[in-house]
Design a protein around this ligand. Structure first.
Ligand SMILES: [Zn+2]
Length: 331
């Protein structure tokens, strides 16, 4: 109980602070939101806490947007401010009334079409295109600055995988790559797939080897075009550290340290589910089969298993293992 003045009976009374729930219907959908208010013990009237930032309708909209993948008002505002555009300028670029944009930034619920347009301009390519096509009204120096800012942004976002392909993947499809052109996007998805639920790095290296070699054995090509090298610990993807670091840097996987006595292992965990849209069904089936086969193998068991592969035994330290050994693969 709090002693304060009730705005209805205007007496100094005991106020009860009530927290409960209320159902708000947004576009035909029921949304349960928490509500907070005061109740006067003298006259029984309810009233809102004037200091509360707790607006049930705002909360209901927020939840509705979350359920439907719509952008939140603060995301819309941040997107606009990131490029130094005024509400008037962005509205004009999009061909909307200035009031519409202002209302969205202040919490009005956007319609789905407008939301799709916001999602599209989050992609710097699209915003750049829009500014080039429809940005004549912007001040010349502002427009030029924006264009070069967006071009830099696009370069930073998109050149990264290209650098990797240039540095490490620039080889022809041949027996060392399983007659497959190196495909960085597929490699990243395969790594993500094996990292769902977490996997030790040393085990992951072998899983990748088995997936590519098994697919070669059964379908005459590897999946990713990766080359595998004979190292002391078994067959591993060539330059694997760079790829894992790239994925960690992009926040596609996260890495936890795990301790086994004196030994420190790195557990790689996928942040999202893999996207298999680029894959053939034989590739997906192979990935699933390999993951299943080694499900109960710990890192040292799979290492021992891989050491018995002919492709490992007949190659020397540092040597790329030809896929021709895939024919003798033990799984
Ligand atoms: Zn009262």
């Amino acid at each position: 109980m709090i002693k304060n003045i009730c705005p209805y009976c205007e007496r100094q009374t005991d106020l009860e602070f009530i927290k409960s729930h209320e159902v708000i219907v947004v576009r035909g959908e029921e949304i349960n939101v928490p509500v907070e208010y005061f109740k006067c013990s003298e006259c029984g009237h309810d009233f809102d806490d004037p200091q509360s930032k707790h607006d049930p309708l705002t909360l209901a909209y927020k939840e509705y947007r979350r359920r439907h993948g719509l952008m939140q008002p603060e995301e819309i505002r941040e997107l606009r401010q990131r490029y130094g555009l005024t509400q008037k300028e962005l509205a004009k670029l999009l061909g909307w009334g200035e009031v519409t944009l202002s209302r969205y930034e202040n919490g009005a619920l956007q319609d789905e079409t407008h939301n799709t347009i916001f999602q599209l301009i989050k992609e710097p390519h699209n915003l750049l295109h829009l500014i080039k096509q429809k940005g004549d009204f912007l001040q010349l120096d502002k427009r030029e600055k924006l264009i070069s800012f967006l071009e830099d942004e696009i370069e930073e976002t998109y050149s990264f995988p290209l650098i990797f392909t240039e540095l490490f993947g620039k080889y022809r499809p041949d027996i060392l790559s399983g007659f497959q052109k190196f495909n960085l996007s597929k490699l990243f998805q395969v790594i993500t797939f094996f990292c769902v639920g977490g996997v030790l790095k040393t085990k992951l290296n072998k899983l990748l080897f088995y997936a590519d070699f098994k697919h070669y054995k059964e379908y005459t090509t590897s999946i990713t075009g990766m080359r595998y090298v004979h190292l002391m610990y078994g067959p591993v993807p060539d330059n694997y550290e760079f790829y894992y670091a790239a994925l960690q840097n992009e926040n596609v996987i996260k890495v936890d340290e795990v301790f086994f006595g004196d030994y420190v292992g790195e557990n790689l965990i996928a942040v999202n589910e893999p996207d298999f849209s680029l894959f053939q069904s034989s590739e997906i089936n192979t990935l699933i089969a390999v993951k299943d086969f080694f499900r109960n193998f710990n890192a040292s068991a799979i290492k021992e298993f891989s050491h018995k592969e002919k492709g490992y035994q007949e190659t020397k330290d540092g040597q790329i293992i030809p896929y021709s050994y895939g024919d003798d693969l033990r799984i």
